[in-house]
Ligand binder design. Structure first.
Ligand code: ADP
Ligand code: MG
Length: 252
């Protein structure tokens, strides 16, 4: 595997209750890029992200085969708490701990994993994460405020701060803006583009325009199969597969 590869997926298949929802997926995600996974609803995008983060392990009805490497290590050889430190996740619906303060939402993972040595270092890291998530200026005067008192867009940026506070290698984002208005969406898209300096980002979207706006590479998944993958500029100007062409033109 190239040292420039952050995530490598080999022959990944997932069956749920005997039904194949992902079939033989092969992908390589280069470091410090934004890699979009696009496809219509039900095509298997979330299933793929959940496989990277081993979130299927607790579901006996789900069978995952194939190999996934993160930063060169087979995720099946990593205990879950080690994987959580190097792979962060942000979901479609902002899901901060609603009754916890802004500060504690960002601090909780750092405390659990004992990633900081002092209160001072904890404060610094929380500030760093909130700044990286473009939220600091809006909340710095009241970090004790409960998360539920924030707007939807602010809550999602808080979830981004919570994920990046651990300084993971990879950030998985599952339709992170689809529950948000256009202004919040634009802010988060700008934020994601900034974040690729520090992280490798895999973002799921059902919106091809979003993939075109922010990603470096894009994989088009349809009906559980990888139809086409490549640099975003190529996929959107010279798609090789007629189905990809239809999809990027908004006709699927
Ligand atoms: P997408 O994120 O592209 O909309 P998903 O990965 O959520 O698609 O779903 C892909 C397929 O897997 C769908 O047919 C869906 O019904 C099925 N599926 C996903 N999660 C589950 C689950 N927990 N139980 C049963 N079927 C599921
Ligand atoms: Mg989904």
């Amino acid at each position: 595997m190239s040292s420039e590869t952050m995530v490598k997926i080999e022959n990944l298949s997932v069956t749920i209750n005997g039904k194949t929802v992902l079939r033989n997926i092969n992908l390589e995600v280069p470091k410090n890029t934004i890699f979009a996974i696009m496809g219509p609803s039900g095509s298997g995008k979330s299933t793929l992200l959940r496989a990277i983060n081993k979130l299927w392990d607790l579901y006996p009805q789900v069978k995952v085969t194939g190999k996934i490497y993160v930063n060169g290590t087979d995720v099946n050889k990593m205990p879950p708490h080690e994987l959580r430190k190097i792979v962060g996740m942000v979901f479609q619906r902002p899901n901060p701990f609603p009754h916890m303060s802004i500060f504690d939402n960002v601090a909780i993972g750092l405390r659990l994993h004992k990633l900081v040595k002092s209160k001072e270092e904890l404060r610094e890291r929380v500030e760093w994460a909130l700044k990286k998530a473009y939220l600091w200026d809006e909340v710095k005067d009241d970090l004790k405020k409960k998360a539920h008192a924030l707007s939807g867009g602010q809550q999602q940026r808080l979830c981004i701060a919570r994920a990046i506070a651990l300084k993971p290698k990879v950030l998985l984002m599952d339709e992170p803006t689809s529950a948000l208005d256009v202004v919040s969406t634009k802010k988060i898209e700008e934020n994601i583009v900034e974040l690729k300096k520090d992280f490798t980002i895999i973002i799921v979207t059902h919106n091809p325009q979003q993939a075109a706006r922010i990603s470096d590479y894009v994989a088009f998944i349809y009906n559980g199969e990888l139809v086409e993958v490549g640099p975003t500029s190529e996929i959107f100007t010279r798609p090789k597969n007629p189905l990809t062409e239809k999809y990027v033109l908004g006709k699927v």
